[in-house]
Design a binder for this molecule. Structure first.
Ligand code: GTP
Ligand code: 5AD
Ligand code: SF4
Ligand code: SF4
Length: 334
């Protein structure tokens, strides 16, 4: 195995694979209905990478240093036969951590098959503990109780410890911070609060809408005392904190106020097989074209990663103006 490094000497370690651009939620910060309405054209089936193609791509990335693979969407559990894909990827030698990010709407019925196929764990997106707020945010009337039930079922199936990701938006779900901390303390599940990002073109992002990680931690700490703990591995996206009373930990992902581009080891593949070297990239390289024309996939990946100089979040911090027109979060998978 050779470890690929980019122009800033960052190694290629994590691969995030989107398996569909569709989602059954319409979270207002990600797929607002005004943009993703009934007339929206999602990718046609034949444009998606097949399971065999995805597995081959994963193999080439693992040969270049990738150890963690995360399956994303859209909503990845909407992809038919997803457990078969998990089985194929789990069998690739060198994949040490195989995970999936889901809105949990289909997780209760899929947990067993996913765990049996070799999925190590899941991360669940949930933005509030009260139905009024959660339903206003998912915008399809999906209830909190179904997500909570799915989290328990997934944990029973062995897909834990489960991480629960909450995007916090000013005046929308700020109150969810303490609600969620309180609910998940002592359960063994780990809540991570994410600063609302200016990703995509649809969500009308404003800096005023961001609740900073420091503010989030302050409101939890006022209720349940916290202390910082070291990362699980170098370059971990979330900053970790433990409850002083031993009831577990929380994380904050400060992509806006404390960007972490310097240790960013992530490559992303869209559902149609385009490789992006940054969440905020406006263009990528089609690995699907390389595969389907019989080209050299490994050499293409080496070339793209070798030229990588992305550090969008760091640059944006010093200059809040838009630098490029990024792809949508639901397309690139977060
Ligand atoms: P673990 O391995 O479980 O710790 O997962 P993770 O923290 O690598 O990934 P997860 O997918 O849970 O990331 C949570 C959120 O952090 C994403 O949905 C994004 O909002 C944000 N995030 C993750 N990676 C990046 C990144 O490379 N850049 C930026 N700006 N944000 C990121
Ligand atoms: N800012 C931060 N996180 C976001 N996500 C989607 N859109 C945004 C945004 N604008 C997160 C979701 C989910 C993951 C796929 O991406 O909450 O956890
Ligand atoms: Fe779907 Fe996740 Fe986007 Fe919500 S944040 S619309 S659940 S992909
Ligand atoms: Fe990595 Fe781009 Fe996110 Fe920076 S903004 S951490 S380079 S994905």
């Amino acid at each position: 195995m050779t470890v690929a490094t980019d122009l800033f000497d960052r190694q290629l370690r994590d691969l995030r694979v989107s398996v569909t651009d569709r989602c059954n939620f319409r979270c207002t910060y990600c797929m607002p209905k005004e943009v993703f309405g009934p007339g929206y054209e999602f990718l046609p089936r034949d444009q998606l990478l097949t399971f065999e193609e995805i597995t081959s791509v994963v193999g080439h990335f693992v040969a270049r240093g990738v150890k963690k693979v995360r399956i994303t969407g859209g909503e990845p559990l909407l992809r038919k036969g997803i457990e078969d894909l998990i089985g194929l990827i789990a069998n690739v030698d060198g994949v040490e951590d195989l995970t999936l990010t889901t809105n949990a709407s289909l997780l209760a019925r899929k947990s067993r098959a996913l765990a049996d196929a070799g999925l190590d764990r899941v991360t669940v997106s949930l933005d509030a503990m009260d139905d009024e707020t959660f339903q206003r945010m998912n915008d399809v009337g999906f209830p909190v109780a179904t997500v909570l039930e799915a989290i328990d079922i997934a944990a029973e199936a062995g897909l834990g410890p489960i991480k629960v990701n909450a995007v916090i938006k000013r005046e929308v779900n700020e109150h969810a911070v303490v609600d969620m901390a309180r609910h998940f303390r002592g359960t063994g599940h780990i809540v991570r609060f994410i600063e609302y990002m200016d990703v995509g073109n649809s969500n009308g992002w404003r800096l005023d809408d961001v609740v900073s990680a420091d503010q989030i931690l302050e409101s939890i700490n006022a209720e349940f005392a916290l202390e910082a703990i070291p990362p699980n591995y170098p370059g971990e996206v979330a900053n970790r904190f433990r409850y002083l009373d031993g009831e577990g930990e929380v994380g904050v992902i400060a992509s806006v106020t404390k960007p972490f581009c310097g240790s960013c080891t992530r490559a992303r593949i869209s559902a149609e097989g385009t490789m992006y070297t940054c969440l905020f990239a406006s263009s990528g390289t089609s690995l699907r074209d390389v595969i389907r024309s019989g080209g050299d996939l490994g050499a293409t990946i080496d070339e793209v990663w070798g030229k990588r100089d992305d550090r969008y979040s760091e640059i944006r911090s010093s200059n809040t103006a838009r630098l490029s027109v990024p792809v949508e979060m639901s397309y690139i998978g977060g």
